[in-house]
Design a protein around this ligand. Sequence first.
Ligand code: NAD
Length: 436
Amino acid sequence: MKIAVIGTGYVGLVTGTCFSNSGNDVTCIDIDEKKIAGLKQGEIPIYEPGLKEMVLRNAEEGRLKFTTDTPAGVREAEIVYLAVGTPQGDDGSADLSAMWAVVKAIAPHLREDAIVVTKSTVPVGTNATIYGMLQELTGRDCDVASNPEFLKEGAAIDDFMKPDRVVVGVRRPEVSDKLEQLYSPFLRTEKPFLSMSPESAEMTKYVANALLATKISFINEMANLCEKMGGDINDVRRGIGHDSRIGFAFLFPGVGYGGSCFPKDVRALNAMTVSKGLEPTMLRAVDEINERQKSVMANKLDAHFGGDLSGKRIAIWGLAFKPETDDIREAPALVLVDWLLEKGAAVVAHDPEAIPNVRAELGDKIEYSERRMATLDGADALCILTDWKAYHQPDFAEMYQLLKEPVVLDGRNLYDPARMAARGYCYHSIGRVSVD
Ligand code: NAD
């Protein structure tokens, strides 16, 4: 099939690349000239495991092209995917300005039989609005489908190629059939292709993200309580997770969720709820707990250093909002960095992939290190914010030698408190006893 994907970010680039990998002819379009020029040279603008190799291979074989020329990119396409950003607007609802700009830009150039598909996460009713806009702009009924994306950054290729399910929202069964055909190479293990109304598909994406965010906020609230009650959240997690009604997924306590999806999607669903005169009690609590959780490391540092951080040198391991990505949007680590700088501390940070993005935002307000151990040299404490694999089993004796004080604040519960005590560390984690 001939496919155009508009918006070549985390989702658009992965979508376009995976569709080209199954033999389709894909054009990825973006207004960011630098990004497209780089992609044409084989430079991948984001870090995502396995993506680079797949982009290079499919581009070389002529199935994957990149352009800033929207009319030329969509003219031949049977399916036009919209994957532009839908960030949080000033009032918490999704900002759809990029989406509207794209709809206006493509309307005069669409094939008569083109199917326009929203891949971006968009508020319920957006599909119907796009359908109306295209009717007005083209003078005909265009097929507009919704196909929300459930991939996780850090495992995006795998998630796209082996989805748990594919959800589409359509008005006509023929559109569903065509999309099922497009997805058939990824559904060979009998994972379901679920066809529903556009409104249900749009709602599904928000409900999925809001439920995942709820699980995180729930376990974080329980972790904070555990700490006060003298329990260990890791034991509690194991104690509940073996109940088949509960399970283990997404019940790891930490420093709060971040990224470009959960925070904005919870708030957008909150705004939708309010706009319909309903009370978003749960959604509001999920967001509030998460905002509070982002301060948990600051509170622990404050308590440890008696409220005075000025002149302290704090090492940070992990800046990305989660491992295996360079994405720092709404990353809890950046909230901690801001707080430390405000308190007069010096920060030296390591991250395997996110340093260029942080440097672009913070410049030389903090120090960066290419090597995780080098951050510890002379530091008064180490804070772990992202659970990159490289942080799981460091050389604790070397760490002890390098740190000025053997103080570790672990926002991801990577180590065992008793073992850390035996190694001579002062160790604080989330929802477990601290060892001093
Ligand atoms: P992103 O910011 O990485 O990429 C968006 C791209 O759209 C950018 O490259 C931007 O230059 C481009 N763009 C903006 N306006 C344009 C225009 N008029 N014409 C062409 N290109 C334009 O965003 P993302 O993380 O890929 O997210 C895209 C959508 O997918 C969002 O709605 C998001 O909520 C949703 N989503 C994201 C994830 C994720 O993990 N990142 C997962 C599922 C769904």
